[in-house]
Design a protein around this ligand. Structure first.
Ligand code: MRU
Length: 358
């Protein structure tokens, strides 16, 4: 089923027998779609960030599992399941931080186990149906996040956001972006401050592209401009997305998120995290246990294809950081706003949904 945004672009589409994704590495200069026919191609697309953003990589990985499952020749359940586990581990090795990827695959594993008496061909259909359910559900979750976030956006709001949390990063609407999108529809947004989000420029390349398409007023800033804006009283609130939220509320998100949270705290500005329940990982007690992906040094030494640093230097490139829960004003979720005590309130919220247990 094709899913388009109001402006007509499709970030992820299942087309009869393959996955079609917008290749985010070409944006904003070119809108190129690529077909993914195998688990390996999905792995590569996630690893190299053709598909990126926590919910989107969960959706893509779910379809990726089906693309591998359909070629399994085993006829007995146990051997079929072993092969599926192998594919799952492989897909999980693509990117470690966003829990949505593991969550989507675990959900499929649980569903397969619940239907173990079925024929293998039926199990393959069930895997595809579950991937489609995850895909469709994400759209509803993102819409609810946007609607639920309206109450924390003041009139004439100046909102600062980080990285890309829009329709590119999800099935539709986005997470933090969905709040902005819904607030704009209610005429509540004066402007959105979009930071570049070095090193891969998801803010400049992707969020600016989406905001422009949606005709939402925004200004692009460098990452280092945020403190100055806050000092001048030009930011009413910060809304970011999340890649993994630990049971106590500590939140992993794109590198630089922690800087913004500290700055917001110092200036008494509300700092919100918008995420669906699939981003909450109750199996992890606090942020210390969240795996932080380290990426290629070339992402730092180059902008696009241009070298910006001397050759043969040491570089450290963590893709995410962890914002401690005490810096977070609240979580905007598909089930409403969550305020502290996070340990208690996140647990109540997340446990109502599909079990996260492996
Ligand atoms: O490395 P990326 O671009 O996949 O990182 C994305 C983020 O950090 C987003 O803020 C997060 O996944 C939430 S997207 C709705």
């Amino acid at each position: 089923m094709a899913k388009s945004n109001d402006n007509g672009f499709h970030s992820i589409t299942w087309e009869d027998d393959h996955l079609r994704v917008i290749d985010q590495t070409f944006l904003p200069s070119r809108e190129i779609y690529t077909n993914l026919n195998t688990t390996g191609q999905v792995w590569e697309a996630i690893k190299n960030m053709k598909v990126r953003g926590a919910p989107a990589i969960g959706i893509a990985a779910a379809y990726g599992l089906y693309l591998g499952a359909r070629d399994i020749r085993e006829s007995g359940f146990e051997s079929f399941y072993l092969e599926i586990e192998r594919l799952k581990e492989y897909l999980e090795s693509s990117r470690p931080t966003a829990v949505n990827l593991q969550w989507a695959l675990n959900r499929i594993m649980t569903t397969i186990q619940a239907h173990k008496e079925k024929e293998i061909s039926e199990l393959k259909d069930i895997i595809l149906q579950t991937a489609q359910t995850i895909h469709d559900e994400d759209e509803r979750l993102c819409k609810s996040i946007g609607e639920n976030g309206l109450e924390i956006v003041p009139d004439e709001a100046h909102i600062l956001t980080h990285c890309n949390t829009g329709a590119l990063a999800t099935s539709k609407f986005g997470t933090a972006f969905s709040v902005i999108w819904h607030a704009h529809r209610e005429n509540k947004v004066k402007t959105v401050w979009v930071d570049e989000t070095r090193p891969l420029l998801q803010g400049a390349r992707l969020t600016a592209w989406e905001l422009k398409k949606e005709e939402i007023p925004f200004k692009l800033i460098t990452d280092s401009t945020a403190g100055f804006l806050m000092q001048q009283g030009l930011v009413d609130l910060v809304i970011v997305g999340a890649d993994r939220i630990a049971a106590n509320g500590d939140t992993a998100n794109k590198i630089g998120t922690y800087n913004l949270a500290v700055l917001a705290n110092a200036h008494d500005i509300p700092f919100y995290v918008a995420a669906p329940y699939s981003t909450i990982d109750l199996s992890i007690e606090n942020g210390e246990a969240i795996p932080i992906e380290e990426r290629d040094t070339a992402e730092v030494t180059k902008i696009g294809s241009k070298e910006i640093a001397p050759a043969k230097i040491e570089v450290y490139n963590p893709a995410f950081d962890v914002t401690p829960q005490h810096l977070i004003t609240g979580f905007i979720t598909d089930n409403g706003l969550i305020r502290p005590d996070y340990k208690k309130n996140l647990g109540n919220f997340s446990s109502r949904e599909v079990s996260m247990k492996k």
